[in-house]
Write a protein that binds this ligand. Sequence first.
Ligand code: NDP
Length: 736
Amino acid sequence: MSAAADDRDLGLNEGERGLLHGLAAFAQEAVAPLAAAGCGDQAWAGAQIREACRLGYAGIEIPADCGGLGLPYYMRARAAETLAATDFAFAFAFINQHNVALRIAEHGSAAARERYLPGLLAGDLVGGTAMSEPRAGSDFASISTLARPRDGGGFILDGEKAWVANAAGGELALVFAQTDAARGPAGIACFIVDLRAPQCERVTGAPLEGLGAAGIAGIRLNGYAAEDSDVLYPPGQGFQMALAGVNKARTHIAAMAAGLLDSALRQAVRHASTRQAFGRPIMEQQGLRWSLADVSMRLQILRMLTDRAAGLIDAGSDEAVPAAAMAKKYAGEECLDAISACVQVLGASGLLPAQGMARRLLAAKALCFADGTTEMMNERIAAGLAQRFAGGPRTIAAGAAIHREESMSYQALKLTRGEDGVTQARLAQIAEDELPEGEVLVEVEYSSLNYKDALAITGRSPVVRSFPMVPGIDFAGKVRLSADPRFKPGDAVLLNGWGLGETRWGGLAQAARVRADWLLPLPAGMDARQAMAIGTAGYTAMLCVMALERHNATPEAGPVLVTGANGGVGTVAIALLTGRGYTVTASTGRPQEADYLRGLGASGILDRSTLSAPGKPLQKEAWAAAVDCVGSHTLANVLAGMRYGAPVAACGLAQGMDLPATVAPFILRAVTLVGVDSVYAPMALRAEAWRRLAAELPRGMLEANTRELGLSEIAAAATPMLEGRIRGRIVVDVNR
Ligand code: NDP
């Protein structure tokens, strides 16, 4: 009987039960022989990890469209428990491997997903996560591995990481590094590193006693070059994403502790039931029986705490933070003592290598500090106490406090995804406590509907990284509560991007709780509705104009082409460019809107079909600058038609993500392709873009170009937006 075969299986479907039983059988066959080695003799279990991958177990929580099984986190926690019942170190190594695959599936670039995921799922690549350093563990913000931007793109990494699972023989590591020490946690980024590169040295000493199978080693990076496509979390996200993953890591440790304890208890009970003393099985000695009863109860409590934390993680609840900390703390404090009680039952034979008890004792000690010490767990648990029991200050991850008034509930558009993989959008009431952590609670007045929101709401592309999700990549509103001195109740603010509506709850709700670092004061002379009429699309249009100007575009140089002209970005780009004196040609698939585009200032209209099919690598030199919202063949043709030295600002993918172009425009006409990203643009650039939008965008243009909808009408507008049937902007009055 395995650790998986308990009453909790009743809540699983047949496939899930089958998976856990298969995993237990695999562990017995392939991992148990490892566990028989002495504490110091175990080698890295690379071959067994690769075999488990080949059997499909590395894909448990990986989304189905990335080649995984798409199961909830709970199943991965159960898998960790099942494996740890045979060998804790193997379970630890394997969960690290799964974690690397999941982080890349959820957050890697398309190129990274293509390059690494198949190998990770098949076991050809094995990896671990590198957070700690020789001089930085729990104090993660103080890591000193440095990532410097490289001329021409990418980063150069230097520094040393410690205690990296699978680093003894694996091929990959997710390396957290500092890009700008002055920014502290906001400078931390994460990179996918190929450990086989010559600039990467493994620092292997004697294996940790009892944990040899996990292949824990250090890594020294000496000028390692990471491509942009290998940036897993850009600066500003690394710290937050590391913390976001920590609830799962802690819950895994607790689940593995339950597996450890389960196997120790079984062994002790088996021994006590057969071993005779004073003419009867020792199990009949009351003192010993009670001791095992106590272990059994502790195991049940540990499982209940672990299951609760896993359930809250799957529900996307903030309560997962203290719940995971409680499970981990309990595991750390109880497991060592409980296993020791099991060893007591076995007597001296309990220390024979074949019994595996010494290895379990060492593992039980290791889990007191892996993924956060017990002291750190106390901090996480204590952080929520005042809020919960005294209505007092709420301490958040960054250490700030929000002073609470009465707890409110808010209406929101909520996205869920069922077992069939279909995204459902519905209006729901969310409690203030459910909102993600952050220093500032904003009562949203207006949000807007953007192309990315439409993708999220329809589920047509994997924009949403975890469910349930409140979509909405931007909002404007008033601060209700703030724990940050830069904002006070009543301040008018706006926010674009930073993963809202993708990795954390966004603006299509009556309230949002966010990091203070992400908020901008509403520019003078602009109200919340106007800001959202401009929205992320208009702000991106301004980023495009600024990018062209940084690359020497001038009105005198010649005509500017705007593709996707009738869309949110396109319309604002036309108005901004013509307002600055440029001559603009609008490329559109809707010639019937030509008058409207001319009204915005466009002097020429181009049928988009002239750009959307494959074309020659070099064409007539027509454009002195271009804003492209469309990508794919359109962008390739735009590049081919640029004048010598002209810049193209690329921000969109309405036709496609691909770019079937040649290098000819770059090497023969010195054309510059400038990427524009609105989501993680630096704050200084954002502030400048919004200041200029307030000053330069004609207000009348916005009104004529904007439709207003209520929260309940948004879901129905998503598909028409993806089909290009919506002209201009949609603002959302979240209180309507
Ligand atoms: P909209 O949906 O409002 O507009 C997109 C426009 O692209 C449509 O109106 C249509 O214009 C054109 N279009 C649609 N489908 C096709 C197609 N198959 N082939 C050619 N043209 C097509 O989106 P937005 O203006 O809000 O965004 C434009 C693009 O920019 C999107 O891809 C979006 O994801 C991206 N974006 C990127 C940001 C960033 O940070 N980089 C931020 C904001 C948006 P017409 O009818 O005139 O042909």
